[in-house]
Ligand binder design. Structure first.
Ligand code: NAD
Length: 434
Protein backbone atom coordinates (compact mmCIF):
# COMPACT_ATOMS: atom_id res chain seq x y z
CA UNK A 1 0.00 0.00 0.00
CA UNK A 2 2.79 2.40 0.96
CA UNK A 3 4.46 2.01 -2.41
CA UNK A 4 1.26 2.68 -4.36
CA UNK A 5 0.46 5.67 -2.13
CA UNK A 6 3.90 7.11 -2.84
CA UNK A 7 3.49 6.61 -6.56
CA UNK A 8 0.05 8.29 -6.51
CA UNK A 9 1.50 11.13 -4.43
CA UNK A 10 4.42 11.64 -6.82
CA UNK A 11 2.15 11.29 -9.90
CA UNK A 12 4.23 8.39 -11.18
CA UNK A 13 1.34 5.91 -10.98
CA UNK A 14 -0.17 4.97 -14.35
CA UNK A 15 -3.94 5.60 -14.25
CA UNK A 16 -6.32 3.47 -16.29
CA UNK A 17 -9.86 4.56 -17.11
CA UNK A 18 -12.15 1.84 -18.45
CA UNK A 19 -15.07 3.09 -20.57
CA UNK A 20 -14.41 6.41 -22.29
CA UNK A 21 -17.89 7.92 -22.51
CA UNK A 22 -19.65 10.90 -20.92
CA UNK A 23 -18.12 9.97 -17.55
CA UNK A 24 -14.84 8.23 -18.35
CA UNK A 25 -13.37 10.61 -20.91
CA UNK A 26 -13.68 13.77 -18.77
CA UNK A 27 -12.10 11.83 -15.88
CA UNK A 28 -9.23 10.52 -18.04
CA UNK A 29 -8.57 14.00 -19.45
CA UNK A 30 -8.64 15.46 -15.92
CA UNK A 31 -6.04 13.00 -14.60
CA UNK A 32 -3.84 13.82 -17.61
CA UNK A 33 -4.31 17.59 -17.17
CA UNK A 34 -3.17 17.18 -13.54
CA UNK A 35 0.04 15.50 -14.65
CA UNK A 36 -0.70 11.77 -14.52
CA UNK A 37 -0.03 9.41 -17.38
CA UNK A 38 -3.39 7.93 -18.34
CA UNK A 39 -4.27 4.91 -20.41
CA UNK A 40 -7.92 4.78 -21.47
CA UNK A 41 -9.67 1.50 -22.32
CA UNK A 42 -12.71 1.14 -24.53
CA UNK A 43 -14.27 -1.66 -26.57
CA UNK A 44 -14.84 0.86 -29.37
CA UNK A 45 -11.77 0.96 -31.61
CA UNK A 46 -13.23 4.07 -33.23
CA UNK A 47 -13.23 5.93 -29.89
CA UNK A 48 -9.73 4.74 -28.98
CA UNK A 49 -8.43 5.83 -32.40
CA UNK A 50 -10.07 9.25 -32.10
CA UNK A 51 -8.44 9.86 -28.73
CA UNK A 52 -5.05 8.77 -30.05
CA UNK A 53 -5.47 11.31 -32.87
CA UNK A 54 -6.31 13.99 -30.26
CA UNK A 55 -9.93 14.18 -31.44
CA UNK A 56 -12.59 14.86 -28.84
CA UNK A 57 -16.15 13.50 -28.97
CA UNK A 58 -17.60 14.52 -25.58
CA UNK A 59 -19.02 18.03 -25.15
CA UNK A 60 -17.85 18.43 -21.54
CA UNK A 61 -14.21 17.95 -22.59
CA UNK A 62 -12.52 20.91 -24.25
CA UNK A 63 -11.02 19.99 -27.62
CA UNK A 64 -7.78 21.82 -26.87
CA UNK A 65 -7.37 20.14 -23.45
CA UNK A 66 -7.72 16.68 -24.98
CA UNK A 67 -5.31 17.47 -27.80
CA UNK A 68 -2.77 18.93 -25.40
CA UNK A 69 -2.91 15.83 -23.17
CA UNK A 70 -2.46 13.51 -26.15
CA UNK A 71 0.33 15.61 -27.70
CA UNK A 72 2.15 15.69 -24.35
CA UNK A 73 2.07 11.89 -24.28
CA UNK A 74 -0.02 11.92 -21.10
CA UNK A 75 -3.22 10.46 -22.56
CA UNK A 76 -3.66 7.53 -24.91
CA UNK A 77 -6.32 4.89 -25.45
CA UNK A 78 -6.47 1.24 -26.35
CA UNK A 79 -8.88 -1.64 -26.89
CA UNK A 80 -6.21 -4.11 -25.73
CA UNK A 81 -7.46 -5.22 -22.31
CA UNK A 82 -4.23 -7.11 -21.53
CA UNK A 83 -2.80 -3.65 -20.87
CA UNK A 84 -5.00 -3.40 -17.75
CA UNK A 85 -2.02 -5.11 -16.08
CA UNK A 86 0.16 -2.03 -16.75
CA UNK A 87 -2.04 0.32 -14.72
CA UNK A 88 -1.61 0.91 -11.02
CA UNK A 89 -5.04 2.50 -10.51
CA UNK A 90 -8.14 1.72 -12.56
CA UNK A 91 -11.43 3.65 -12.60
CA UNK A 92 -14.26 1.74 -14.22
CA UNK A 93 -16.93 3.86 -15.93
CA UNK A 94 -18.89 1.46 -18.15
CA UNK A 95 -22.66 1.69 -18.81
CA UNK A 96 -25.23 0.25 -16.42
CA UNK A 97 -28.51 0.32 -18.36
CA UNK A 98 -31.78 -1.50 -17.69
CA UNK A 99 -33.02 -4.62 -19.41
CA UNK A 100 -36.43 -4.82 -21.11
CA UNK A 101 -38.28 -5.50 -17.85
CA UNK A 102 -36.41 -2.76 -15.96
CA UNK A 103 -33.98 -5.18 -14.34
CA UNK A 104 -30.31 -4.13 -13.94
CA UNK A 105 -28.11 -4.99 -16.90
CA UNK A 106 -24.68 -5.58 -15.40
CA UNK A 107 -23.30 -7.15 -18.56
CA UNK A 108 -20.82 -4.28 -19.10
CA UNK A 109 -19.46 -4.56 -15.56
CA UNK A 110 -19.31 -8.34 -15.92
CA UNK A 111 -17.35 -7.98 -19.18
CA UNK A 112 -14.80 -5.78 -17.40
CA UNK A 113 -14.54 -8.24 -14.50
CA UNK A 114 -13.81 -11.05 -16.99
CA UNK A 115 -10.83 -9.01 -18.22
CA UNK A 116 -9.77 -8.09 -14.68
CA UNK A 117 -9.76 -11.77 -13.72
CA UNK A 118 -7.21 -12.29 -16.48
CA UNK A 119 -5.11 -9.14 -16.10
CA UNK A 120 -5.49 -7.62 -12.62
CA UNK A 121 -2.35 -7.96 -10.55
CA UNK A 122 -1.40 -7.58 -6.93
CA UNK A 123 -0.85 -4.00 -5.79
CA UNK A 124 -3.54 -2.40 -7.98
CA UNK A 125 -6.34 -0.05 -6.87
CA UNK A 126 -9.63 -0.80 -8.65
CA UNK A 127 -12.47 1.73 -8.34
CA UNK A 128 -15.92 1.11 -9.75
CA UNK A 129 -17.69 4.34 -10.72
CA UNK A 130 -20.68 3.00 -12.68
CA UNK A 131 -24.01 3.58 -10.93
CA UNK A 132 -25.38 0.30 -9.64
CA UNK A 133 -27.38 -1.46 -6.91
CA UNK A 134 -26.02 -1.82 -3.36
CA UNK A 135 -23.69 -4.76 -3.03
CA UNK A 136 -22.37 -4.77 -6.61
CA UNK A 137 -18.77 -3.84 -5.81
CA UNK A 138 -18.40 -6.58 -3.20
CA UNK A 139 -20.49 -9.28 -4.89
CA UNK A 140 -19.86 -8.72 -8.59
CA UNK A 141 -16.32 -7.35 -8.59
CA UNK A 142 -14.38 -8.21 -5.43
CA UNK A 143 -15.78 -11.74 -4.95
CA UNK A 144 -15.13 -13.05 -8.50
CA UNK A 145 -11.67 -11.48 -8.52
CA UNK A 146 -10.75 -13.09 -5.23
CA UNK A 147 -12.16 -16.43 -6.40
CA UNK A 148 -9.53 -16.34 -9.15
CA UNK A 149 -6.78 -15.26 -6.72
CA UNK A 150 -7.40 -17.01 -3.39
CA UNK A 151 -3.95 -15.92 -2.19
CA UNK A 152 -4.98 -12.23 -2.28
CA UNK A 153 -6.31 -10.37 0.71
CA UNK A 154 -8.32 -7.20 0.01
CA UNK A 155 -6.68 -4.17 1.58
CA UNK A 156 -3.27 -5.85 1.55
CA UNK A 157 -2.70 -7.30 -1.94
CA UNK A 158 -5.46 -5.64 -3.93
CA UNK A 159 -7.46 -2.50 -3.19
CA UNK A 160 -11.11 -2.16 -4.25
CA UNK A 161 -13.48 0.77 -3.80
CA UNK A 162 -16.66 2.35 -5.13
CA UNK A 163 -16.86 6.02 -6.00
CA UNK A 164 -20.04 7.26 -7.65
CA UNK A 165 -19.67 9.38 -10.72
CA UNK A 166 -21.67 12.61 -10.43
CA UNK A 167 -21.20 14.15 -13.87
CA UNK A 168 -23.95 16.60 -14.86
CA UNK A 169 -23.47 16.98 -18.62
CA UNK A 170 -23.45 20.59 -19.87
CA UNK A 171 -23.41 22.04 -16.34
CA UNK A 172 -21.47 25.31 -16.84
CA UNK A 173 -20.23 25.46 -13.22
CA UNK A 174 -19.76 21.92 -11.93
CA UNK A 175 -17.37 19.74 -13.90
CA UNK A 176 -15.59 16.53 -12.82
CA UNK A 177 -12.84 18.58 -11.17
CA UNK A 178 -14.97 20.66 -8.77
CA UNK A 179 -17.81 18.23 -8.06
CA UNK A 180 -17.12 16.72 -4.61
CA UNK A 181 -16.23 13.04 -4.79
CA UNK A 182 -17.47 10.33 -2.43
CA UNK A 183 -15.38 7.17 -1.91
CA UNK A 184 -15.95 4.02 0.09
CA UNK A 185 -13.59 1.05 0.04
CA UNK A 186 -13.85 -2.63 0.92
CA UNK A 187 -11.41 -1.95 3.79
CA UNK A 188 -10.03 1.22 5.42
CA UNK A 189 -6.83 0.81 3.38
CA UNK A 190 -8.86 0.67 0.14
CA UNK A 191 -10.80 3.80 1.15
CA UNK A 192 -7.59 5.64 1.99
CA UNK A 193 -5.92 4.82 -1.34
CA UNK A 194 -9.02 5.81 -3.32
CA UNK A 195 -9.29 9.03 -1.29
CA UNK A 196 -5.66 9.82 -2.00
CA UNK A 197 -6.02 9.15 -5.73
CA UNK A 198 -9.08 11.33 -6.25
CA UNK A 199 -7.87 14.08 -3.92
CA UNK A 200 -5.02 14.69 -6.36
CA UNK A 201 -7.48 15.82 -9.05
CA UNK A 202 -10.87 16.52 -7.43
CA UNK A 203 -11.76 18.66 -4.43
CA UNK A 204 -13.11 17.86 -1.91
CA UNK A 205 -13.18 14.07 -1.40
CA UNK A 206 -15.58 12.71 1.21
CA UNK A 207 -14.96 9.20 2.55
CA UNK A 208 -17.69 6.83 3.73
CA UNK A 209 -17.49 3.60 5.68
CA UNK A 210 -18.09 0.97 2.96
CA UNK A 211 -18.59 0.33 -0.74
CA UNK A 212 -22.31 -0.24 -0.15
CA UNK A 213 -22.61 3.13 1.58
CA UNK A 214 -20.96 4.81 -1.41
CA UNK A 215 -23.24 2.93 -3.83
CA UNK A 216 -26.28 4.09 -1.84
CA UNK A 217 -25.13 7.71 -1.81
CA UNK A 218 -25.54 7.83 -5.58
CA UNK A 219 -28.90 6.07 -5.42
CA UNK A 220 -30.17 8.48 -2.75
CA UNK A 221 -29.14 11.48 -4.86
CA UNK A 222 -30.72 10.30 -8.08
CA UNK A 223 -33.85 8.82 -6.50
CA UNK A 224 -34.32 12.15 -4.70
CA UNK A 225 -34.41 13.87 -8.10
CA UNK A 226 -36.67 11.21 -9.62
CA UNK A 227 -39.21 11.38 -6.78
CA UNK A 228 -39.26 15.17 -6.68
CA UNK A 229 -39.68 15.43 -10.44
CA UNK A 230 -42.59 12.98 -10.14
CA UNK A 231 -44.19 15.31 -7.59
CA UNK A 232 -43.60 18.31 -9.92
CA UNK A 233 -45.26 16.34 -12.74
CA UNK A 234 -48.23 15.33 -10.63
CA UNK A 235 -48.52 18.88 -9.30
CA UNK A 236 -48.58 20.16 -12.91
CA UNK A 237 -51.51 17.85 -13.62
CA UNK A 238 -53.27 19.07 -10.45
CA UNK A 239 -52.75 22.69 -11.52
CA UNK A 240 -54.12 21.96 -14.97
CA UNK A 241 -57.29 20.51 -13.45
CA UNK A 242 -57.63 23.64 -11.31
CA UNK A 243 -56.88 25.96 -14.22
CA UNK A 244 -53.81 27.59 -12.67
CA UNK A 245 -50.28 28.05 -13.98
CA UNK A 246 -47.86 25.58 -12.35
CA UNK A 247 -44.81 27.56 -13.46
CA UNK A 248 -46.00 30.68 -11.68
CA UNK A 249 -46.51 28.68 -8.48
CA UNK A 250 -43.04 27.09 -8.63
CA UNK A 251 -41.48 30.49 -9.22
CA UNK A 252 -43.31 31.95 -6.23
CA UNK A 253 -42.49 28.97 -3.98
CA UNK A 254 -38.82 29.35 -4.95
CA UNK A 255 -38.71 32.68 -3.15
CA UNK A 256 -38.66 30.73 0.13
CA UNK A 257 -35.01 30.71 1.17
CA UNK A 258 -35.21 27.45 3.16
CA UNK A 259 -37.04 24.14 3.05
CA UNK A 260 -37.92 24.23 -0.64
CA UNK A 261 -36.00 23.28 -3.77
CA UNK A 262 -37.56 23.84 -7.16
CA UNK A 263 -38.12 20.84 -9.44
CA UNK A 264 -39.89 21.27 -12.75
CA UNK A 265 -42.46 19.24 -14.65
CA UNK A 266 -41.79 18.07 -18.18
CA UNK A 267 -42.63 15.43 -20.78
CA UNK A 268 -40.94 12.68 -18.73
CA UNK A 269 -37.51 11.60 -17.55
CA UNK A 270 -34.50 10.95 -19.73
CA UNK A 271 -30.78 10.36 -19.78
CA UNK A 272 -28.64 7.55 -18.45
CA UNK A 273 -29.24 8.31 -14.74
CA UNK A 274 -32.46 9.70 -13.30
CA UNK A 275 -34.97 7.27 -14.90
CA UNK A 276 -32.65 4.28 -14.51
CA UNK A 277 -30.78 4.44 -11.22
CA UNK A 278 -33.81 4.19 -8.89
CA UNK A 279 -34.80 1.01 -10.72
CA UNK A 280 -31.51 -0.55 -9.65
CA UNK A 281 -32.41 0.09 -6.02
CA UNK A 282 -36.03 -1.01 -6.53
CA UNK A 283 -34.86 -4.27 -8.11
CA UNK A 284 -32.52 -5.00 -5.22
CA UNK A 285 -35.22 -4.26 -2.65
CA UNK A 286 -37.78 -6.43 -4.45
CA UNK A 287 -35.27 -9.26 -4.21
CA UNK A 288 -35.20 -8.64 -0.43
CA UNK A 289 -39.02 -8.62 -0.32
CA UNK A 290 -39.10 -4.92 0.58
CA UNK A 291 -40.52 -3.11 -2.45
CA UNK A 292 -39.91 0.64 -2.48
CA UNK A 293 -43.34 2.24 -2.84
CA UNK A 294 -41.90 5.71 -3.44
CA UNK A 295 -39.86 4.52 -6.43
CA UNK A 296 -42.78 2.59 -7.88
CA UNK A 297 -45.25 5.47 -7.62
CA UNK A 298 -42.73 7.98 -8.98
CA UNK A 299 -41.99 5.71 -11.90
CA UNK A 300 -45.70 5.41 -12.67
CA UNK A 301 -46.13 9.20 -12.67
CA UNK A 302 -42.97 9.97 -14.64
CA UNK A 303 -43.39 7.25 -17.24
CA UNK A 304 -47.00 8.38 -17.80
CA UNK A 305 -45.90 11.88 -18.79
CA UNK A 306 -45.24 11.24 -22.51
CA UNK A 307 -48.79 9.93 -22.86
CA UNK A 308 -50.13 12.93 -20.91
CA UNK A 309 -48.35 15.26 -23.35
CA UNK A 310 -49.79 13.40 -26.35
CA UNK A 311 -53.23 13.85 -24.83
CA UNK A 312 -52.57 17.57 -24.33
CA UNK A 313 -51.58 17.89 -28.00
CA UNK A 314 -54.77 16.08 -29.07
CA UNK A 315 -56.93 18.34 -26.88
CA UNK A 316 -55.22 21.46 -28.20
CA UNK A 317 -55.69 20.42 -31.83
CA UNK A 318 -59.28 19.47 -31.07
CA UNK A 319 -59.99 23.03 -29.90
CA UNK A 320 -59.16 24.09 -33.45
CA UNK A 321 -61.18 21.28 -35.03
CA UNK A 322 -58.02 19.55 -36.25
CA UNK A 323 -57.61 15.79 -35.98
CA UNK A 324 -54.26 14.46 -34.74
CA UNK A 325 -54.24 12.01 -37.64
CA UNK A 326 -52.81 13.81 -40.65
CA UNK A 327 -51.77 16.91 -38.67
CA UNK A 328 -48.27 18.40 -39.07
CA UNK A 329 -46.44 18.65 -35.77
CA UNK A 330 -43.05 20.34 -35.44
CA UNK A 331 -41.21 19.18 -32.31
CA UNK A 332 -38.61 21.50 -30.78
CA UNK A 333 -35.86 19.62 -28.95
CA UNK A 334 -35.35 15.87 -28.81
CA UNK A 335 -32.40 15.62 -26.38
CA UNK A 336 -33.35 14.45 -22.89
CA UNK A 337 -32.48 17.83 -21.38
CA UNK A 338 -31.41 21.32 -22.36
CA UNK A 339 -28.10 21.95 -24.09
CA UNK A 340 -26.95 18.33 -24.51
CA UNK A 341 -26.79 16.11 -27.58
CA UNK A 342 -27.80 12.96 -25.65
CA UNK A 343 -31.09 11.30 -26.65
CA UNK A 344 -30.72 8.22 -24.41
CA UNK A 345 -34.10 7.49 -22.75
CA UNK A 346 -35.31 10.88 -24.03
CA UNK A 347 -39.06 11.27 -23.35
CA UNK A 348 -39.25 13.42 -26.51
CA UNK A 349 -38.77 10.26 -28.56
CA UNK A 350 -41.62 8.52 -26.72
CA UNK A 351 -43.94 11.47 -27.32
CA UNK A 352 -42.98 11.69 -31.00
CA UNK A 353 -43.35 7.95 -31.50
CA UNK A 354 -46.84 7.91 -29.98
CA UNK A 355 -47.92 10.92 -32.05
CA UNK A 356 -46.58 9.25 -35.17
CA UNK A 357 -48.33 5.99 -34.37
CA UNK A 358 -51.60 7.92 -34.13
CA UNK A 359 -51.10 9.26 -37.65
CA UNK A 360 -49.46 12.67 -37.10
CA UNK A 361 -46.74 13.86 -39.50
CA UNK A 362 -43.80 14.47 -37.21
CA UNK A 363 -40.72 16.58 -37.86
CA UNK A 364 -38.22 18.10 -35.45
CA UNK A 365 -35.64 20.78 -34.89
CA UNK A 366 -32.78 20.33 -32.40
CA UNK A 367 -29.61 22.43 -32.62
CA UNK A 368 -27.67 19.71 -30.76
CA UNK A 369 -29.03 16.56 -32.46
CA UNK A 370 -28.63 16.32 -36.25
CA UNK A 371 -30.66 13.12 -36.66
CA UNK A 372 -32.67 10.53 -34.75
CA UNK A 373 -34.18 7.10 -35.30
CA UNK A 374 -37.96 7.08 -34.97
CA UNK A 375 -40.12 4.09 -35.74
CA UNK A 376 -37.23 2.40 -37.55
CA UNK A 377 -36.57 5.43 -39.76
CA UNK A 378 -33.86 8.07 -39.72
CA UNK A 379 -35.16 11.61 -39.38
CA UNK A 380 -33.02 14.75 -39.74
CA UNK A 381 -33.29 18.01 -37.83
CA UNK A 382 -35.25 20.63 -39.79
CA UNK A 383 -33.93 24.19 -40.10
CA UNK A 384 -35.97 26.49 -37.85
CA UNK A 385 -37.55 29.12 -40.11
CA UNK A 386 -40.75 31.20 -39.98
CA UNK A 387 -42.11 29.15 -42.92
CA UNK A 388 -41.46 25.85 -41.16
CA UNK A 389 -43.22 27.10 -38.03
CA UNK A 390 -46.17 28.64 -39.88
CA UNK A 391 -46.57 25.51 -42.03
CA UNK A 392 -47.11 23.27 -38.98
CA UNK A 393 -50.48 22.79 -37.32
CA UNK A 394 -48.79 22.74 -33.93
CA UNK A 395 -45.32 23.35 -32.50
CA UNK A 396 -44.51 21.12 -29.54
CA UNK A 397 -41.63 22.24 -27.29
CA UNK A 398 -40.10 19.11 -25.75
CA UNK A 399 -36.62 20.35 -24.72
CA UNK A 400 -35.74 23.91 -23.70
CA UNK A 401 -32.35 24.37 -25.39
CA UNK A 402 -30.79 27.81 -25.08
CA UNK A 403 -30.14 29.61 -28.32
CA UNK A 404 -33.48 28.73 -29.93
CA UNK A 405 -35.33 31.87 -31.00
CA UNK A 406 -38.52 31.32 -28.99
CA UNK A 407 -39.85 34.75 -29.90
CA UNK A 408 -39.72 33.69 -33.55
CA UNK A 409 -41.65 30.57 -32.52
CA UNK A 410 -44.29 32.67 -30.72
CA UNK A 411 -44.57 35.04 -33.67
CA UNK A 412 -44.96 32.44 -36.42
CA UNK A 413 -46.36 29.21 -34.97
CA UNK A 414 -50.12 28.76 -35.34
CA UNK A 415 -50.29 26.99 -31.99
CA UNK A 416 -47.62 26.06 -29.41
CA UNK A 417 -47.74 23.38 -26.71
CA UNK A 418 -44.86 24.09 -24.33
CA UNK A 419 -43.86 21.27 -21.94
CA UNK A 420 -40.81 23.10 -20.53
CA UNK A 421 -41.87 26.71 -20.03
CA UNK A 422 -39.40 27.62 -22.75
CA UNK A 423 -41.80 30.26 -24.12
CA UNK A 424 -41.71 32.37 -20.94
CA UNK A 425 -40.82 35.95 -21.74
CA UNK A 426 -42.13 35.77 -25.31
CA UNK A 427 -45.03 37.88 -26.45
CA UNK A 428 -47.98 37.10 -28.69
CA UNK A 429 -48.84 33.70 -30.09
CA UNK A 430 -51.18 31.00 -28.89
CA UNK A 431 -49.42 28.98 -26.20
CA UNK A 432 -50.65 26.09 -24.07
CA UNK A 433 -48.28 25.27 -21.20
CA UNK A 434 -48.00 21.93 -19.43
N1 NAD B 1 -23.86 10.26 -18.45
C1 NAD B 1 -24.07 10.78 -17.26
O1 NAD B 1 -24.56 11.90 -17.14
C2 NAD B 1 -23.73 10.03 -16.00
C3 NAD B 1 -23.66 10.74 -14.81
C4 NAD B 1 -23.35 10.10 -13.63
C5 NAD B 1 -23.14 8.72 -13.67
N2 NAD B 1 -23.20 8.02 -14.82
C6 NAD B 1 -22.93 6.58 -14.77
O2 NAD B 1 -21.62 6.35 -15.30
C7 NAD B 1 -21.60 5.11 -16.03
C8 NAD B 1 -21.12 5.36 -17.44
O3 NAD B 1 -22.05 6.18 -18.12
P1 NAD B 1 -21.69 7.02 -19.41
O4 NAD B 1 -22.81 7.99 -19.59
O5 NAD B 1 -20.30 7.53 -19.34
O6 NAD B 1 -21.78 5.88 -20.53
P2 NAD B 1 -21.31 6.01 -22.06
O7 NAD B 1 -22.17 5.08 -22.83
O8 NAD B 1 -21.24 7.46 -22.46
O9 NAD B 1 -19.82 5.47 -22.05
C9 NAD B 1 -19.49 4.17 -21.72
C10 NAD B 1 -18.26 3.79 -22.53
O10 NAD B 1 -17.89 2.47 -22.09
C11 NAD B 1 -17.48 1.73 -23.22
N3 NAD B 1 -17.56 0.31 -22.88
C12 NAD B 1 -18.64 -0.51 -22.90
N4 NAD B 1 -18.29 -1.75 -22.49
C13 NAD B 1 -16.97 -1.69 -22.21
C14 NAD B 1 -16.03 -2.67 -21.75
N5 NAD B 1 -16.42 -3.91 -21.47
N6 NAD B 1 -14.75 -2.30 -21.60
C15 NAD B 1 -14.37 -1.03 -21.88
N7 NAD B 1 -15.21 -0.05 -22.31
C16 NAD B 1 -16.51 -0.40 -22.47
C17 NAD B 1 -18.43 2.19 -24.31
O11 NAD B 1 -17.92 1.90 -25.60
C18 NAD B 1 -18.51 3.69 -24.03
O12 NAD B 1 -17.49 4.40 -24.70
C19 NAD B 1 -23.00 4.55 -15.93
O13 NAD B 1 -23.08 3.65 -14.85
C20 NAD B 1 -23.86 5.75 -15.63
O14 NAD B 1 -25.04 5.43 -14.92
C21 NAD B 1 -23.48 8.66 -16.00
Amino acid sequence: MKQLAERIESREALIGVVGLGYVGLPLAELFARKGYKVLGFDVSSERAAMINRGKNYIDDVRDEDLKQAVDAGLLSATTDMSRLAECECLSICVPTPLGKTKEPDLSYIHAVVVELKKYARAGQLLVLESTTYPGTTDDEMAAPLLAGHPEWEIGRDIFIAFSPERVDPSNPVYKTENTPKVVGGCTPACTELARLLYSKVISPVHTVSSTMTAELVKLLENTYRNVNIAWANEFAMICRKLGVDVWEIIQAASTKPFGFQAFYPGPGLGGHCIPIDPQYLAWKMRALNFPSRMIEVSDQVNSGMPHYVVHLVMETLNEQAIALKGSNIACLGVAYKANVDDVRESPALDVMYELQKRGANISFHDPFVPSIQLGGQTMSSHVLTPDYLAGSDLVLVLTNHDGVDYQMVASHARQVVDTRNAMRGTSGGSIVRL
